[in-house]
Design a binder for this molecule. Structure first.
Ligand code: T4K
Length: 434
C-alpha cells in the first residue's frame, strides 16, 4: 500500500526512518483525499497505517506541510479522546440545549479559571454584545466605541437600537483614547463600549472614571481578551459587563460561542432569560428576548478545550516571543503587542508598517501571499468606513487620525499555538528580506 505519508512532527520521523521518497510524503489532508470515501474508509487501511493515521488525526495540530498554505490563524482542538466521552453522555441523555448540564459545568469551570463572578454562555459574541447592551437598557441614543475593531462591535450597537459614535484610539495600545471619548459625550450618550483590541487591556482606570463622572455604563468588548489580566486581576472584571468570543479563531474556542461576564447573579439570570426568549417560567415571558443560547455540543468542546488551555497559551506565547526576538529592530516595523508578560494571551501578532520599511503594508501582504502565507489586515478598513456607518458624523476621517493610520499600516502575521518554528522562520525571513 502507498498509504505512507505524511507531513511533519512524529510521522515525519517515521517516514525519514523508513527512507520513503519525499514524493510519497503527503499531508494528512492529501492522504485522506486518496483514501476510499465512506464510513468504512479507515478499515481499508492496514493496521500499521491505521496507527499512523490515528496518530495524524490525534496530533493534527502538528500536521502542517511546509508547502501547505499558512493562514492568519488555525484553531486549537482538544484530543478527540477528551471529547468523545462527553458526546456519549449527550447521546445517552439527549439533553442537547436549553442550559443543559455541560453548559452549566462549563460556566462554573470558566468562572473559576478566569476569576470572575458570573458567566452566561451564549451562541456567539455578536449576540452577546446585543444582549449586554439591551440588558443595560440601551435601545436608543448613542454608544461611544472604537472604529479600529471587527465590524460586529458596531453592528451590535446598531442591532440593539442605538447609534455608534466613533472615537479615536491611543497610538500606544490601539484602544479607545479616553480623552477622545470624553470629547464626544453629550446628552444622547447612553454607554461606552471599549474593545480590548488584540487582547491589549484598555485604559480601564480612565474609562471607569469617565463612566462614573457621566453615569454611563461601560460594556467591554473582550472578544480577544480571554485570560487577560490587568493589575493582577482579570480584565473581565471591569465595567458593567464584558463580552467574550469563543469563535474558532479565538484563543479559547467552542467552534462558535460567546459569553457575557457580569458582576451580579441578578444580571446573569436576566441575561440568561433574554437569551432564552425572555422566559421567566414555562408560561411567563418578562422581557423582549431572543434565542442566543449555546448548545451542549459547543459546551462539550469548551470543557475539553479548558483542560488544555494553559498549554495553548504557553505555546502562543512562544510564537509571540520568536516573532518579537527576530523582528524587534526592523526599521519601519512596530510590533504592537510583543509583551508576553503574565496575563497576556498572545491573541494575534499585529505589526504596523510605516514608510521607512522597504515595502508598503499591502505589498508585504501580497509578497507573503505569493508564498502561500495569508496574513490579514485586521482592522482595515476602519468600521467607520464601512457601508452602514460611513455616513455618520463621527466617521469623518478628520476626527480619527490615529485609527486611520493604524488601519493603513496594520498587518497581522500568522499566529497560532502550533505554528511550527520552521514555518514561522519562513514568514520572518520574507518580512526581513522582502
Ligand atoms: N468583537 C470583536 C473585537 C471581534 O474581533 C469579533 C470577531 C466579534 C466581536 C464577534 O465575535 P463572534 O460573533 O464571531 O463570536 C474572524 C472571525 O469570524 C471573527 O469571530 C473575529 N472577530 C474576526 C477578527 O475574525 P474573518 O471573516 O476574518 O475570519 P475567517 O473565516 O477569514 O478566518 C480567518 C482564518 O482563520 C482563515 O483564513 C483560516 C482560519 N480558520 C478560520 C475558521 C473559521 C480556520 O482555520 N478554521 C476555521 O474554522 O472573521
Amino acid at each position: 500500500m502507498r498509504f505512507c505519508l505524511i507531513s511533519c512532527g512524529t510521522p515525519c520521523v517515521i517516514t525519514a526512518a523508513l527512507k520513503i521518497p519525499s514524493q510519497f510524503w503527503w499531508s494528512d489532508r492529501q492522504l485522506y483525499a486518496k483514501l476510499p470515501l465512506g464510513g468504512g474508509r479507515l478499515n481499508k487501511v492496514s493496521a500499521v497505517n491505521r496507527a499512523i493515521l490515528d496518530d495524524i488525526v490525534a496530533s493534527s495540530d502538528q500536521a502542517v506541510d511546509t508547502q501547505d498554505p499558512i493562514y492568519v490563524t488555525r484553531p486549537s482542538l482538544p484530543p478527540l479522546d477528551d471529547v468523545l466521552p462527553l458526546l456519549e453522555g449527550l447521546w445517552d441523555t439527549r439533553i442537547l440545549t436549553n442550559r443543559g448540564p455541560l453548559l452549566r459545568r462549563l460556566e462554573s469551570e470558566l468562572c473559576d479559571y478566569l476569576g470572575v463572578a458570573h458567566i452566561s454562555l451564549l451562541a456567539n459574541a455578536t449576540q452577546a454584545l446585543v444582549l449586554a447592551l439591551r440588558h443595560a437598557g440601551i435601545t436608543s441614543g448613542e454608544v461611544i466605541t472604537t472604529p479600529f475593531t471587527f465590524v460586529a462591535t458596531a453592528h451590535a450597537i446598531q442591532l440593539a437600537g442605538a447609534t455608534p459614535v466613533f472615537a479615536d484610539i491611543s497610538p500606544d495600545t490601539l484602544n479607545l483614547d479616553p480623552d477622545a471619548v470624553a470629547s464626544l459625550i453629550n446628552d444622547k450618550t447612553r454607554a461606552i463600549l471599549p474593545v480590548h483590541t488584540f487582547g491589549t487591556p484598555c485604559d480601564t482606570r480612565a474609562l471607569s472614571k469617565l463612566g462614573r463622572a457621566h453615569d454611563l455604563p461601560l460594556i467591554y468588548d473582550a472578544a480577544h481578551a480571554f485570560g487577560v489580566q490587568q493589575d493582577g486581576t482579570s480584565v473581565l472584571r471591569h465595567g458593567k459587563m464584558s463580552v467574550l468570543s469563543f469563535h474558532a479563531t479565538k484563543v479559547f474556542n467552542t467552534f462558535e460561542g460567546g459569553a457575557i461576564v457580569s458582576n451580579t447573579l441578578a444580571d446573569k439570570e436576566a441575561i440568561d432569560r433574554m437569551a432564552n426568549f425572555g422566559f421567566e417560567t414555562a408560561e411567563a415571558v418578562d422581557c423582549l428576548g431572543t434565542n442566543a443560547k449555546m448548545h451542549e455540543l459547543s459546551a462539550a468542546i469548551g470543557l475539553a478545550q479548558l483542560r488544555h488551555i494553559d498549554d495553548v497559551l504557553a505555546a502562543r506565547a512562544r510564537v509571540t516571543r520568536r516573532y518579537a526576538r527576530r523582528l524587534a529592530n526592523v526599521p519601519g516595523l512596530r510590533l504592537v503587542c510583543p509583551d508576553t508578560g503574565v496575563g497576556r494571551n498572545s491573541y494575534a501578532f499585529p505589526v504596523l508598517v510605516d514608510e521607512t520599511y522597504h515595502l508598503n503594508r499591502d505589498a508585504l501582504c501580497d509578497r507573503l501571499a505569493s508564498e502561500n502565507i495569508f496574513a490579514r489586515r485586521y482592522f482595515y478598513p476602519l468600521v467607520s468606513d464601512l457601508g452602514p456607518y460611513q455616513h455618520l458624523p463621527s466617521a469623518d476621517a478628520a476626527g480619527l487620525p490615529v485609527a486611520r493610520q493604524a488601519a493603513e499600516q496594520v498587518i497581522c502575521l500568522p499566529h497560532f499555538h502550533d505554528l511550527q518554528p520552521s514555518a514561522q522562520d519562513r514568514i520572518i525571513d520574507i518580512v526581513l528580506n522582502g
